[in-house]
Design a protein around this ligand. Structure first.
Ligand code: NAP
Length: 257
């Protein structure tokens, strides 16, 4: 157990599984008090219990980040359980697949309301508590998909992940006077339950396109966020950090050995 996030009050939305669970474990292992947020209580309680069993401080709250009342309850819970909010990891997101010729307006709206509006609601609700912190930090989980690359079926998803970066750049300017930084991590393909559902063909194709020869681990995103939340990163704001094993570097898959 380290102390790089000693006694910091950290919220991880989407902390019940996948990347968020990895982020929560990294912060808890460094001494943070972590509030895990998600809609499924079973997965969330289990993830929190794993952290507690490993000697960390964590608990779960059922909340839907696309619902203002739930997001307000999330803030109140962090204040009540952990004394405030020092670090917000706004990570929850969905990536259902739908090609444009079949995509419905409802599908477009659902992805936007969770990934993009949910980010806005979460960050805005946490702002008063982040201002009270000595050095508030906001970390967004964007993606390489949208800001850099495209993938069939994910036009709505890519639009939200690129939109998060536009949101971040203006937020960074507005937050700077409060000593709050906001940065985004852009994961490539990280091995999670969410990707597992997409199937083996997708996973094999992605692995072939990654110079490091493997998908990322959820903790890889957590370590990037831990750095961006640290004192060493105090002068970095409005920036992006790609965590993709080199996947976006090559112009041709033939050059990936
Ligand atoms: P995942 O395994 O499906 O986990 C998604 C998490 O978000 C779950 O904890 C889920 O919990 C939560 N969530 C979804 N909708 C929510 C809502 N409305 N309110 C509260 N929580 C919600 O997916 P993942 O792969 O870890 O993805 C996490 C983030 O990383 C997403 O933003 C995704 O876009 C991004 N990302 C993933 C990859 C990758 O390769 N895996 C790559 C780039 C970016 P409940 O379902 O219980 O609500």
């Amino acid at each position: 157990m380290g102390n790089r996030a000693h006694k910091k009050a950290v919220i991880v939305t989407g902390g019940s599984k996948g990347i968020g669970c990895g982020i929560a474990k990294v912060f808890a292992n460094e001494g943070a008090k972590v509030l895990l947020v998600g809609r499924n209580p079973e997965a969330g309680e289990q993830a929190a219990q794993e952290i507690i069993d490993g000697g960390g401080v964590a608990s779960f709250l059922r909340a839907d980040i696309s619902t203002p009342n739930d997001v307000a309850a999330m803030v109140e819970t962090s204040v009540y359980r952990h004394g405030g909010i020092d670090v917000l990891c706004s990570n929850a997101g969905v990536f259902p697949s739908a090609r444009l010729d079949e995509m419905t307006e409802e599908e477009w709206d659902e992805v936007n309301s969770i990934n993009l509006k949910g980010t806005f609601l979460t960050v805005k609700a946490c702002l008063p508590e982040l201002k009270k912190s000595e050095a508030g930090r906001v970390l967004l989980t964007s993606s390489i998909t949208g800001p850099i690359t495209g993938y069939p079926g994910w036009s709505h998803y890519g639009a939200t992940k690129a939109g998060m970066l536009g949101f971040m750049r203006t937020a960074a300017i507005e937050f700077a006077q409060h000593n709050i930084t906001i940065n985004a991590v852009m994961p490539g393909n990280i091995m999670t339950e969410g990707l597992d559902d997409i199937g083996e063909d997708y996973l094999n194709a992605m692995t072939r396109s990654i110079p490091m020869g493997r998908l990322g681990e959820t903790e890889d995103v957590g370590y990037a966020m831990l750095f961006l939340s640290s004192d060493e990163a105090r002068y970095i704001t409005g920036q992006t950090l790609i965590v993709d094993g080199g996947q976006t570097l090559s112009e041709s898959i033939d050059t990936v050995s």
